[in-house]
Write a protein that binds this ligand. Structure first.
Ligand code: GLA
Length: 731
């Protein structure tokens, strides 16, 4: 049973973890969260120490000191000085709240009125009712175990029963307190073109914050973070991972108080957030998800990967992704009808299945026409209809780029509806020559839907690249009286639009925000893959992908083989560039019409080979193999039944000792025998795990350098690498 209620305790279990909550003196507390344990009676763990200077319950006295307890949802200004999860301004203008236990219910599934991205296929949900008895404000806490992923989904609903109007200043999705926890904080940080770097630092007294005020998740931070034992490695040690199914401003607070208690509070950012609740109104927070692993950071990553694959991305894309040929880095703004026709012919030859017409189809440069969405008559004189037909006639699908949330000053829409801009009374700032539409306004959402629907219903378009090339600044909405609601209502408007577009037209939406500026589980709920970065340099991209894979599965990372004249300044041959696609969804983004016959053949061979690897990329368990990040990256993608795996080794720098590197494999069946690439070796899984394989000497010398059919290069120099399968041999 995933949820058991016994003796004033709630016992929540997943396959390998347990979370035990208790009701004590009328308050809800967390007793234990971590690896599954056979006992539930863990009262002896409760901290009864008397803390100096600490407020206590006026009726219970010193035996109930707020600051010593482990809570699930603390109110502000209430005697617990740690970071609160919730803050309310009541009808008399007083701030703060304190919640006590008021009952529970077990629901068969997520409540039907929860209208944001959610964990799919979730079963039973424990709803615990907390209430502030004086203010008559409820906090319903939801706990949903995702057993197969060792994950718990958490969210809250705040209900105003006060008889008057109250304002929510803060409403987190999740709070989790650890007694005396010693942790390292792992997060991902970056910049446009340099996304998803992994950062690790000790949690010390004080507060760390990982947040966004960009209006979207942003390039520089991501809602994912983890608390791991200081000794935890990729393969061993305890690790708690957290993430949000949310794409707007978020705030993760990790605070260690003077007694060593570590509190995590995660949810919508409370900056510029102020939500009006009339009597009877309620507010759902987005869903947060936490996983626990005893198998190190890698174990946590694999649990998140499974969760994302099985319970977040739209189920229809579980086993399939298109191979895309995209016009952007191929032609930029010089794209035209003839070029796309010629491009499509070559796309067919290399084995792609979808041609995506990127930016440039409705404008000449990036300072005009966003919002109007009319084909540029100079370069697409006959509109898009004939072109879509021509691409379809090649046996290819057609994809179209939109930036639905944006508007150019130089557009008809700007003239017709200046009031549709996101604005806060200021003149507003430009960014990338454009402004943001007020998606908090349902009339704007309807309008954008209408414009996109006109294309999607008229033409045979099966793919939309949904871009978003600037952050939100001067946030406010002409249709709201309370501007503290604008940011979140913007995110809700985007979700509503995505919901309608994907449901009504069944199109695959690839996410993008100037690269990885909006990479999160909220978007992945609608978009099975997201363009991870505008940096397609294979040296840089490999690092970005490895960083992203700490939190997100390879099947969610979109990467295209490009010209390779990248920011690293290092030369990269075509096969090296292809290797990076072995742990991401791949496509092509270079002028295919300029490729020689030999290069086309090499691309075709690669497409075929890479398609045969789909089973590893889309469904495999991902293991980082001793990736030192300085000289090489190596990973193994192991099928669920562990009967086969794909090893990808990418050398990004040279050092003489790495020429004869031995890699130890992971995740195989110890007692099964495996054929190792084309080396002629057949070895037990245990041997491969303990003794490993010697990459260069064993596997490379007899392979011709830059042999397209094998996708291998002689390892040992920067810009080299190898990929091969390890397949179980049955006697
Ligand atoms: C962003 C995207 C690119 C491309 C351009 C078009 O930068 O990340 O892939 O679509 O916009 O303007």
């Amino acid at each position: 049973m995933a949820i058991t209620v016994r003796d004033s305790k709630f016992i929540l279990k997943t396959d390998n973890t347990a979370w035990i909550l208790r009701i004590a003196e009328g308050y809800l507390e967390s007793l234990y969260y971590g690896a599954d344990v056979p006992d539930c009676d863990l009262e002896y763990l409760v901290n009864t120490q008397i803390l100096n200077f600490a407020p206590y319950d006026a009726d219970l006295g010193l035996k109930y000191i707020y600051g010593a307890r482990l809570y699930l949802y603390s109110g502000a200004n209430s005697g617990d000085f740690r970071t609160p999860a919730c803050d309310v301004v009541d009808q008399n203008g007083y701030t703060g709240c304190r919640f006590s236990y008021a009952g529970y219910e077990i629901l068969p599934e997520t409540p039907a009125d929860f209208a944001m991205p959610k964990i799919r296929g979730g079963g039973e949900t424990l709803k615990i009712l907390l209430t502030d008895r004086d203010k008559k404000i409820d906090a319903e806490l939801y706990f949903q175990p995702a057993e197969d992923c060792d994950a718990f989904v958490r969210y809250a609903r705040i209900v105003n029963r006060s008889g008057g109007v109250v304002s929510l200043k803060k409403a987190a999705s999740l709070q989790l307190d650890f007694d005396n926890g010693r942790f390292d904080l792992l997060s991902v940080a970056g910049a446009p073109g340099d996304e998803m770097r992994n950062l690790r630092r000790p949690v010390t007294q004080g507060k760390a914050e990982i947040s966004s005020r960009f209006g979207v998740t942003g390039h520089s931070a991501n809602p994912f973070f983890a608390l791991c034992a200081p000794s935890a490695t990729e393969d061993a040690g305890e690790c708690y991972g957290f993430n949000l199914l949310y794409s707007g401003n978020f705030k993760n607070e990790i605070e260690c108080d003077c007694h060593g208690c570590v509190r995590v509070v995660s949810g919508i950012s409370d900056e510029n957030f102020f939500w009006t609740l009339k009597d009877g109104d309620s507010f759902y927070t987005p869903q947060a998800v936490c996983v626990f692993s005893e198998e190190g950071i890698g174990g946590m990553s694999r649990r998140f990967h499974r969760l994302c694959r099985e319970h977040v991305i739209p189920p229809r894309y579980k086993d399939t992704r298109p191979v895309v040929a995209n016009t952007w880095e191929s032609f930029y703004f010089t794209v035209d009808e003839d070029k796309v026709r010629a491009f499509a012919k070559k796309a067919k030859e290399i084995g792609a299945d979808t041609v995506v017409l990127d930016d440039g189809w409705f404008r000449n440069e990036d300072n005009e026409n966003l919002g109007d969405w009319e084909p540029d008559s100079r370069r697409f004189p006959s509109g898009l209809g004939k072109l879509v037909e021509a691409v379809k006639a090649e046996g290819l699908n057609f994809g179209l780029w939109f930036e639905p949330e944006m508007i150019s000053r130089r557009s008809k829409l700007f003239k017709a509806h200046p009031e549709w801009l996101l604005q806060n009374g200021d003149k507003g700032s430009e960014s990338r020559n454009q402004y943001v539409l007020d998606m908090a306004n349902p009339a704007v959402v309807d309008h954008v839907f209408g414009v996109m629907a006109a294309y999607l219903s008229r033409y045979d378009i099966s793919y939309v690249k949904w871009d978003m090339n600037r952050y939100l600044s001067e946030v406010g909405s002409g249709c709201l009286s309370n501007q503290g609601e604008a940011s979140h209502r913007y995110a809700l408007g985007v979700y509503a639009l995505l919901e309608r577009i994907t449901e009504e037209f069944g199109v695959l939406v690839e996410g993008c925000a100037g690269g990885g500026g909006r990479f999160d589980l909220g978007m992945l709920y609608y978009e099975p893959m997201i363009w991870l970065s505008d940096n397609t340099d294979p040296y840089n991209r490999t690092e970005i992908q490895f960083g992203a894979a700490t939190a997100y599965p390879p099947c969610a990372l979109s990467y295209h083989f490009s010209k390779g004249e990248g920011t690293s300044g290092k030369p990269s041959g075509p096969y090296f560039r292809m290797l990076a696609a072995n742990f991401a969804c791949f496509g092509y983004e270079l002028d295919l019409t300029k490729l020689s016959g030999e290069e086309i053949a090499a691309c075709r061979a690669f497409t075929e080979k890479r398609r045969s690897y789909d089973k590893y990329v889309l469904g495999g368990d991902f293991y980082k193999l001793d990736a030192d990040g300085k000289y090489y990256y190596a990973c193994l993608q192991v099928l669920k039944d562990r009967s086969a795996a794909l090893l990808t080794f990418i050398q990004v720098d040279a050092q003489i000792r790495y020429e004869s590197l031995v890699l130890r494999l992971k995740g195989l069946k110890s007692d099964a025998r495996y054929k190792v690439g084309e080396s002629g070796l057949v070895l037990y899984g245990r041997t491969l795990e303990k003794a490993g394989v010697r990459i260069s000497d064993l596997l490379c010398p007899h392979w011709k350098e830059e042999d397209p059919s094998r996708i291998a290069l002689k390892a040992g120099k920067a810009g080299s690498g190898i990929a091969f399968e390890i397949v179980e041999v049955k006697d």
